[in-house]
Write a protein that binds this ligand. Sequence first.
Ligand SMILES: C[S@@+](CC[C@H](N)C(=O)[O-])C[C@H]1O[C@@H](n2cnc3c(N)ncnc32)[C@H](O)[C@@H]1O
Length: 230
Amino acid sequence: MTTTGTQAYGEAWYWDNRYSNEPGSFDWYQKYPTLAPIINLYVPHSQPILVVGSGNSVFSEGMVDDGYTDVVNIDISSVVIEAMQTKYRDRPHFKYIKMDVRDMSPFESGSFGAIIDKGTLDSILCGNNSRQHATKMLEEVWRVLKDNGVYILVTYGAPLYRLRLLRESCSWTIKLHVIEKLASEDKSNNNPVWELTKPVPLNDDGSSVDEALGQNPDVHYIYICTKEIK
Ligand SMILES: C[S@@+](CC[C@H](N)C(=O)[O-])C[C@H]1O[C@@H](n2cnc3c(N)ncnc32)[C@H](O)[C@@H]1O
């Protein structure tokens, strides 16, 4: 069977190829400055942080410049990890490790206070056997999080397509925020569909989100999933 189009987003060879051909930095969905208010709200500066599927984005650099001192980045692509290690060779506290988010066995359980995912679960959901791979990923994310740690998922996936997966994988306590898709570009937009730092009401099936935002709002979704130990 051939893997075509976005189906290949779950494959290491696709990303190796892409990063070989596009060596410059690129941030999917959103850049650090637009998401900083949410990161600052949920992630204390003292916590060890893991960025999964970090790619060649400058998001982690933004976090470090904002005072986060312990940020570890992993990606399945050896091409991008080597490129980032070279880029930051004079800044040894920028940590880049080649690792598959579905098997983070080099990390002990409970290692991180926060895990940030911008576009990586989405990529895994594009591939073959996506449900199985996504569940494996989420179980590993849960394992390496400390108790009361947060998994911050930035995605194009609306609650209808993400809530069940999140809830069935682990017993997360979930809050939802949204940000305009063009927030990074459109600095003049003083009238967002919803205030970034205010959680959107979230009921069991997510229908409350449509009531609050209308159908098909032009937003990225930010799921704040807490490993709350009751
Ligand atoms: C859509 S890109 C997002 C990159 C970056 N987070 C950003 O916001 O710009 C998805 C990234 O996930 C990585 N990736 C895909 N599958 C992975 C896996 N199983 N484990 C770790 N990284 C993976 C890809 O190599 C790619 O860098």
